[in-house]
Design a protein around this ligand. Structure first.
Ligand code: ATP
Ligand code: MG
Length: 771
């Protein structure tokens, strides 16, 4: 629309937008969408975007909100130049326009009570009727309006109404109220005024005075557009302060409000949470506010990418919070060095380690990204701490971490074997006594294969610090869905968990407040800028490494999965919930046929003995696996791994209780193997299938999960975007590396969020390096 207007030369080719928050609360992610849209459109068309405080309502507004809004919009990366405005600065002119409307016979003072005015307005079925005051003369109206302003009347005694059409099918056009009396203190105007304009009157005047061209607002204002236009066309035109500029012709266009799952977005409700102490403040990291996200460790780039991803639509929808988390992960993946921390420590003593010896290990910050340099020293000693969850005394099948008598590799360190489990009085495991293999330091060159790799810290060197884990603020996707249930009743009691005993490697303890890390296998963490002190960081988990929530929802226990420490996607659930559950601990007697199958799977399918074991527990699961294989183009090992790791219910023998058959699994794994889906998307699809059944392709399409990774197809879009943003390309090449996120977001948006992010990033990086 804006492009068409510019092409057609409307508004003289100018583009002026505005972001008009009311300073009655902090900005939230919904506002971020509006900010990115308004500032983004202005930027795209070489226009300007005004930051205007829509502060016409004295009761709830406050300068502290003005300050927070300014900070938040800046933080998001937008600049309004000299165009900072306050609607309350226009009060004098709004008043003059009120007198103008009266003189034109387009407004009158109504002295009926609020209830009478409402009753006389009629209903959708019947038109309104005039109150006794509609016929007042201009002189009478002017006199009363002036005395209203002068403070001669109490609240509610009179109102100023537009005189439009009491029979209009649009209720808002039935002589809407323009001014009401409120003896209230205004945070900027003090007690200068006791009459205040209503939104429907004030907003078009603000836009018109500022010569805004495109007034973008949310869908609920669709019916107000008629009134908006009526006001704009009723205003006096000309030079000087008491008229609006000749060529000012603002037009309102509505777009869909952003709603996000598992949170609420109304400032009133957020204020309620703050005031009730349900959260620690507006910037509590669980809040959907910009300040909360910033405190949690989210970057402005991630918020902007998210806003690009969701796009602008005409229909209200709720956005899956997974999309926001995706944007956050994708951004942090590029900027957060990998380090080690242990959230729930379990002591490991290496019995054959020379007393007092400490080895300094040089560990890379970017182990997944070979050309990228940077490393730190991690001390290794005979007393270590590992994650409590990484040891199990009675492991289920498929548990690939440390078990009694078993071996595991310590990331960057040695392979250790657990020789002895030491227990406390109540039988809890307090220490593991292990031996290490001196020939295995530093990686897989030794050629030994072990079940998994786990992270660790050296006990005497590690530093204790508080770590906060956050979960969704509400337990229901839409906490406002049911009017009969207070949204506060749906608060998630476990939304904050503070780890009291967490340890970080020494290099991390020295970080600055505001530093970001990936703690390997645990997620992305942010050193809280307020609560951290030098040498004593307090960490907030910004986001986990992958979506653990969908799994919980579908009632799936988190299976023990092969660990690939540091490989990005393999987050263990270190926070205890969804702990590993035994698949089928008891031994089974196999029939001859099943035994034959077992041996064949193990021999021919490239899978482990354990997997073959699980897949031939009974005839039902074997049949399920066979059905998956025949429906899939993926290698058998991939199908087997997904079955065993992702469908623990099936693997435990409840195959018949699943709402889907094996073919469906095969289809999903096939799409994954063909790179049509990312693995997190595949999990999302499976989770829905397991919960409700259905058709995999339909789910993929409905959720918009199909990945585009055809580099040739994406290259065209990349070129388009770069060509359309030449100044930004120049800025990027001049060193503003952060713009990569912008380009990524632009292309993503054109693909509806489905581009394979790594293919896309590679393409962009290639193209941006070319000169
Ligand atoms: P809330 O309902 O959260 O109190 P609001 O609309 O009253 O929000 P304003 O300060 O008036 O808050 O909003 C400023 C701008 O932000 C408006 O133009 C509004 O359309 C836009 N906006 C507010 N919430 C959303 C949202 N959820 N999605 C998109 N835009 C939004
Ligand atoms: Mg509003």
């Amino acid at each position: 629309m804006v492009a068409a207007d510019v092409r057609a030369g409307r508004h003289g080719g100018r583009v002026v937008t505005r972001f008009p928050p009311e300073p009655n609360g902090y900005l939230h992610i919904g506002h971020a969408k509006s900010i990115c849209l308004n500032f983004g459109v202005a930027r795209e068309y070489d226009g300007v975007c005004h930051l205007r405080f829509d502060d016409t309502n004295p009761e709830t507004e406050d300068v502290k909100y003005v300050d927070s809004i300014i900070e938040d919009v800046r933080w998001l990366g937008f600049d309004w130049g000299e165009h900072l405005y306050f609607a309350s600065d226009y009060f004098e002119r709004m008043y003059a326009f009120g007198e103008h409307l009266i003189r034109m016979g387009r407004a009158y003072v109504d002295s009926a009570s609020e209830a009478e005015v409402r009753a006389a307005r009629g209903t959708v079925m019947e038109s309104g009727r005039p109150t006794a005051y509609r016929g007042r003369t201009v002189a009478e109206n002017l006199d009363l309006f002036r005395r209203m302003r002068a403070g001669e009347f109490g609240d509610g005694e009179h109102v100023l109404r537009a005189k439009i059409d009491l029979a209009s099918p649009n209720m808002l056009m039935r002589d809407p109220i323009l001014y009401r009396i409120r003896h209230a203190h205004h945070y900027r105007q003090g007690d200068a005024w006791c009459i205040y304009p209503l939104y429907d009157y004030a907003h078009p005047i603000e836009d018109a005075l500022e010569s805004v061209t495109h007034s973008l607002c949310t869908l609920e204002f669709e019916n107000n557009r008629e009134l908006y236009d009526w006001i704009v066309t009723s205003l006096p035109r000309g030079e000087g302060p008491d008229a609006i500029p000749q060529d000012s012709a603002p037009a309102q266009t509505e777009f869909a409000r952003l709603g996000l799952d598992y949170t609420v977005m109304s400032k009133r409700k957020l204020l309620q949470l703050v005031e009730a102490g349900d959260v620690a403040g507006w910037d509590d990291p669980r809040m959907p506010t910009i300040a909360g996200m910033r405190r949690r460790g989210v970057t402005p780039e991630a918020v902007r990418t998210f806003c690009e991803l969701i796009g602008v639509a005409k229909a209200n929808t709720r956005v899956d919070i997974g999309k926001l988390e995706y944007a956050i992960r994708d951004d942090l993946n590029q900027r957060a060095p990998r380090v080690m921390a242990v959230l729930r420590p379990l002591r490991v003593v290496l019995t054959n380690w020379p007393a007092g010896r400490v080895e300094d290990i040089d560990a890379p910050y970017w182990p997944h990204d070979v050309p990228r340099l940077g490393s730190r020293t991690v001390p290794f000693s005979g007393e270590l701490l590992i994650e409590r969850d990484d040891f199990m005394e009675d492991p289920p099948r498929g548990f690939h971490r440390l078990v009694p008598g078993g071996e595991v590799r310590l990331r960057y360190g040695y392979i250790i074997r657990c020789d002895e489990v030491v227990k406390g009085d109540s039988g809890e495991v307090v220490e593991l006594r292990c031996s290490y293999d001196d020939a295995t330091r530093g990686g897989s060159a030794d050629g030994r294969s072990v079940r998994g790799t786990i992270h660790w810290v050296s006990a005497p060197h590690a530093v204790r610090c508080d770590v906060r884990l956050y979960d969704r603020l509400f337990t229901a996707p839409d906490p406002e869905a049911d009017d009969a249930v207070a949204f506060t009743a749906l608060l998630n009691p476990a939304s904050l968990e503070v780890m009291q005993d967490a340890r970080v490697e020494p290099s991390v303890a020295a970080c600055e407040p505001g530093a970001r890390f990936q703690f390997e296998r645990l997620g992305y963490f942010f050193a809280d800028p307020i609560d951290s002190t030098p040498g004593k960081p307090v960490f907030n988990r910004t986001v986990t490494l992958r979506d653990t929530w969908t799994r919980q929802l579908s009632g799936q226990p988190s299976p023990g999965r092969p660990d690939r420490a540091g490989r990005g996607g393999a987050a263990a659930r270190a926070d205890g919930r969804g702990a590993v559950e035994p698949l089928r601990p008891e031994p089974v007697e196999r029939s001859g046929a099943l035994e034959t199958l077992r041996a064949r799977y193990e021999r021919e399918h490239g899978i482990t003995a354990e997997q073959a074991d699980v897949l031939t527990r009974d005839a039902a699961i074997a049949a399920f696996y066979e059905a998956a294989l025949s429906a899939s183009s993926a290698p058998a090992a991939a199908v087997a791994t997904w079955l065993v790791n992702e469908l623990p219910r099936a693997a435990r023998g409840a195959v018949d209780a699943l709402p889907v058959g094996g073919a469906v699994l095969g289809e999903v794994v096939g799409m994954l193997a063909r790179d049509e889906l990312s693995s997190s998307a595949a999990r999302e699809v499976l989770a829905e299938l397991l919960e409700r059944g259905g058709d995999a392709r339909e789910i993929v399409e409905r959720r918009g999960l199909r990945q585009l990774d055809d580099a040739a197809a994406l290259a065209g879009l990349v070129d388009d975007v770069l060509a359309g943003n030449a100044p930004k390309v120049a800025e990027f090449r001049a060193g503003r590396a952060g713009l990569l996120g912008f380009f990524l977001g632009q292309v993503m948006a054109r693909t509806g969020g489905r581009a394979n992010p790594s293919v896309l990033r590679r393409l962009l990086e290639e193209r941006l390096q070319e000169r």
